[in-house]
Structures are given as C-alpha cells and as structure tokens.
Design a protein around this ligand. Structure first.
Ligand code: MG
Length: 348
C-alpha cells in the first residue's frame, strides 16, 4: 500500500500529481467560469469568488507572525489575486485538549487584528476540540468569498488597449508572450524565518516572515490597469508560480536572477542549507503578469504601498517552450524547474 508523504502537500509537482490522481478526480466536474480543474487561487462560481486554506504552521508563533495572521492573510490574498475584493471570512479551528487557553486568546487576537487591518470581517466559523495528540496544538481552515473588484473591468480594459484579453479574471492561464513579470518584494523571507526559528539557525534576526494581507496593494495596481495575471507565491515559491503560469498559459519565461529581490540573510541561509530561495514559500507577496506598456506604471503604484515598496520587474513571458529560463548573475542561463515540493515543511 502506498502512503501519503509530506511532499504530497508541499505545493510542488508531486502535490499537483497527487491532487489530480487521488483528490480532484473523485469529484464531479463543474460548470463554472473558474472551476476546480483550473487549480487557480480561488474558484469563480456565478461571479462569486470562493477559496479555502488549511493552516498547520509549526510553531504557532514565529518571527513576524503566527497562525492567526497567516490564516487571514493567506485567504484574503487567494481571493485578491483573482482580481476580486474579499467580502468575508469563515474560520474552522480544531485544537487539542490541554492546549493553553492563553494560546487560543493570542491566536484569535492576532486573527481579529489582521482581519480588522485589511477590512475583511470573520463572519462565521466552527470550533472543535480533540483528544490530546490527535492534532499538534491547533490547526485551522479559513475560507473566504469575494466579489469582482470595482477596478477589475477598467484594469482589463487598459490591458486590452495593447493586446487581446480573453479572460475576465486574473487567472494563471492569462499570461501572454511579452507580458512583464513583477514580484511585489523580497522572495523567501517567510520560509527562511520559519525554518531558522524552528531549527535554531539564527537567521531569523535578519529575516522575518513577510505574512501580510495584500488586498489594498493589489487594488492600487488594478486602479492603474494592465494587470492580466496574479498569484501569491506560497508553497513552492516563485519557481512553482512561474512554472505553473508557463504550463497553464502556454508561454515560456525569461527571468533575470539579479532583478529578483533577495535578502542577504535568505541567500546565506539557503547557501548553508543547500536549498533554492526561489522554491521557498512566501506569505505576503504577489507575482503579477502585466502588459509591458503598463508595467512601469503598475510598479510605481504598488511601490507606494507598504507591502509593495520593494517590488521589481524581474523578466517577461516569451513565445515557445513552456519553461522558465533564468539569466544568472555571471551571464549564463539555466532552466528554473518547478520544485518537487517546498523544501521547508509546515510553513503555512
Ligand atoms: Mg495562492
């Protein structure tokens, strides 16, 4: 009998294969504008944008955040990257008997503050307690609904001034050759902050988790216009996001390594641990595909927000083979593969 392994939930190619062979294949097919099959950040059903996220981060509190903040931010971001405004959240909490009630209060306080900060209420929920050991302290699931952003139509109309736009939402399949690729800030911070804190490597003094809701930053970008695709590079990091876009949009990509914002602390930690900073999960970052004519304007707008102040244009989509070619600092080229899974488990 084959067994579930950690990489089946680690956001890379192994997870995609696992989902298609053992999860989604059992579900009835659905007729929706963005259905389950498209495996996007959210589904779109009858113009309602709908998503859910599970949270198993270990430990519950880490430099820069905690499970409560991640649960709100991650869910708000999955709605927002579709080009939608999150309306309300639902939260299910499962905790083990014996957990300190003080821990519950701290997590829920953080959830409440994050929800208030991004303007999305927690409207419904469920609480369960299981025997000690049946879960590790606390796991949560957070769901959200959203509706079309008031800026999405004008954003897509702006893109359509320069090229044909087929999709009504900012999906993974909407990138076309020539589109500029923007990242909203430093890559790898969350995964390295978590790993370093958990294992005692000490890099967490320089690197804090980036966990943050991005709905306001994304709205500023949409107001300018020209954004065709967005995704939050969580498990599997930037490498996974770009490869997913190549496969779903049928494009190649040329990315300039030196243009990708990477902190010294992340690069040093990755060198030491032998992992790729581009395969590590982020919790407060967005990757955008933007028509090239509008890329500088969108960049300027998101840089004016606190979450996007370190944003950069890192390359562009090209015709041809569905792969990501990385121009290295010494002038060479290498293919950036999709990771089998995120090298750091239980980061979200
Ligand atoms: Mg996502």
């Amino acid at each position: 009998m084959s067994k579930v392994i950690l990489n089946h939930g680690a956001g890379g190619e192994l997870m995609q294969e696992f989902l298609s062979k053992h999860i989604t294949n059992h579900f009835p097919s659905m007729n929706a504008e963005v259905p389950l099959d498209s495996m996007d950040d959210s589904a779109v059903v009858d113009d309602v944008v709908f998503t859910i996220d599970g949270h198993t981060v270990k430990p519950l509190f880490f430099p820069g955040g905690d499970i409560g903040k991640i649960s709100v931010a991650g869910t708000v971001n999955d709605i927002s990257v579709m080009g939608a405004s999150p309306l309300a959240l639902a939260c299910s909490v499962i905790m083990e008997e014996g957990l300190d009630i003080d821990v519950v209060d701290r997590v829920m306080d953080s959830m409440g503050k994050t929800a208030a900060g991004c303007g999305v209420p927690i409207a419904t929920g469920d609480t369960k307690v299981v025997e000690s050991g049946a879960v590790d302290q606390m796991v949560m699931s957070t769901s959200a609904i959203g509706k079309r952003s008031p800026y999405l139509d004008s954003n897509l109309a702006k893109a359509a001034e320069y090229r044909k736009v087929e999709n009504r939402w900012c999906t993974d399949s909407s990138v076309r050759p020539g589109d500029a690729i923007i990242v909203s800030g430093y890559m790898g911070d969350h995964g390295i902050a978590l790993l370093s804190f958990r294992e005692g490597y000490g890099f967490e003094s320089e690197v804090q988790s980036d966990v943050a809701p991005l709905n306001r930053m994304i709205a500023e970008g949409l107001k300018v216009g020209g954004i065709v695709a967005m995704k939050d590079p969580t498990r599997g990091g930037l490498a996974n996001t770009l490869n997913e876009w190549c496969g779903k949009s049928h494009v190649g990509m040329e990315i300039d390594y030196s243009a990708i914002p990477l902190r010294d602390g992340v690069v040093n930690a990755c060198d030491l641990l032998g992992i790729d900073p581009l395969s590590i999960g982020n919790e407060g970052k967005c990757v955008m595909g933007v028509v090239p004519e509008m890329a500088d304007e969108v960049l300027k707008a998101i840089r004016r927000t606190p979450e996007g102040k370190d944003a950069a244009i890192i390359g562009h989509a090209v015709e041809g083979t569905e792969r990501v070619v990385l121009r290295t600092e010494v002038g060479g080229k290498r293919v950036l593969e999709a990771p089998a899974g995120d090298p750091v488990p239980r980061i979200c």
